[in-house]
Design a protein around this ligand. Structure first.
Ligand code: DAH
Length: 339
């Protein structure tokens, strides 16, 4: 009998309740009218006289343990319910929300799109895995053309060649295949080149390609568009066009803007000249139009291509291209205020 009471005391001490219902069931089981405690008190008269004292003490311990437990658990549950109801307090100040930020590449890409969309350009995209035709041949770079070496290519399959596009000019080809002139389109996207990674070069980067085709498009139209772009994008409209060579344009030019020589960084990024190259451009080569079944005797056009990283590095004074891809939040968080 005594052992049974000791066992019950252990049980009571170990008991835990997570809800009021569990606690009430516990109370009824041990302390209710027909509960264990009353049963045991009823047994008292049957206990042998010489054991009465010890049994009585054990019963009292048991009773105190049960009462103590009920009081303790009731208090705990009440406190917990107070805590949860404070969560529903609508007057509490909100937890601060940690807002994300746009990636600088996206910021600059969106700015470029914004500037050109104001003069009627729409956005088009193409696949990153390309065939030889769209990336090279249709752009006036037939097989064995030496200019293919200008862009070190990642090949995926050979004969027929499937590759990672080396420039967004590939989207030009696709767009011309599927749309009739007049064409005014801007193609942003990721490009890939098998180049050593350094502070200034990466094997993955981003470009924006522009293409304008209509009747009577001239080099003067191209120049005016570039002036508008540099003014809107950089607040600078002193530019120069250096004759250059791209297989898909004739004539071709590289565009420099006059960045100025006001700060030490200006000296660094312009190598002391004040001038900075920002893109390639030119009049679409008649062969490229022909390859896309556009009549070059009727239509002409201009095209341009620029690297997004380069422009982002300029605008935000980012010294190393690798920072764009490291996803270091300390770097990314600095762009929070810009969208
Ligand atoms: N595709 C060229 C490159 O990746 C950039 C370029 C230059 C694009 C001249 C053009 C262009 O559309 O006309 O280096």
């Amino acid at each position: 009998m005594l052992d049974k009471v000791k066992e019950l005391i252990g049980e009571v001490n170990d008991f835990k309740a997570t809800t009021k219902e569990e606690l009430e069931a516990f109370r009824i089981k041990y302390m209710g009218k027909k509960g264990i405690l009353n049963d045991l008190f009823a047994e008292f008269k049957n206990v042998a006289n010489d054991q009465k004292k010890e049994f009585g003490q054990a019963l009292n311990t048991f009773k105190n343990a049960a009462e103590g437990k009920v009081n303790e658990l009731r208090a705990n549950l009440e406190e917990a319910s107070l805590n949860t109801s404070s969560l529903n307090d609508l007057t509490r100040p909100a937890e601060p929300l940690n807002l994300g930020s746009r990636h600088p590449i996206s910021i600059v890409k969106n700015q470029i799109i914004d500037v050109f969309s104001r003069i009627g350009f729409t956005v088009s995209e193409g696949p990153e895995i390309e065939d030889d035709w769209h990336n090279f041949t249709a752009l006036n770079l037939p097989e064995y053309h030496p200019a293919r070496d200008m862009q070190d290519t990642f090949f995926i399959e050979q004969n027929p060649d499937i590759l990672l596009r080396t420039h967004t000019s590939s989207v030009q080809t696709r767009y011309m295949e599927n749309n009739e002139p007049p064409i005014r389109t801007l193609s942003p996207g990721r490009v890939f080149r098998n180049e050593d990674i350094s502070a200034r070069a990466h094997c993955i980067f981003h470009q924006v390609e522009g293409l304008y085709i209509d009747t009577d498009v001239s080099f003067a139209d191209l120049k005016q568009t570039l002036l508008y772009f540099t003014q809107e994008m950089f607040g600078k409209s002193k530019i120069r066009l250096r004759p250059s060579y791209f297989p898909f344009t004739e004539p071709s030019a590289e565009v420099d803007i006059y960045w100025g020589l006001e700060t030490e960084t200006d000296y660094k990024i312009t190598k002391g000249t004040g001038w900075l190259e920002i893109m390639g451009c030119g009049m679409v080569d008649p062969n490229v139009l022909k390859n896309a079944n556009i009549d070059p005797t009727k239509y002409s056009g201009y095209a341009f291509g620029m690297g997004i990283e380069r422009i982002a590095m300029l605008l935000y004074q980012i010294p190393d291209i690798r920072m764009f891809y490291e996803n270091d939040v300390r770097f990314l968080e600095q762009f929070k205020s810009i969208n």
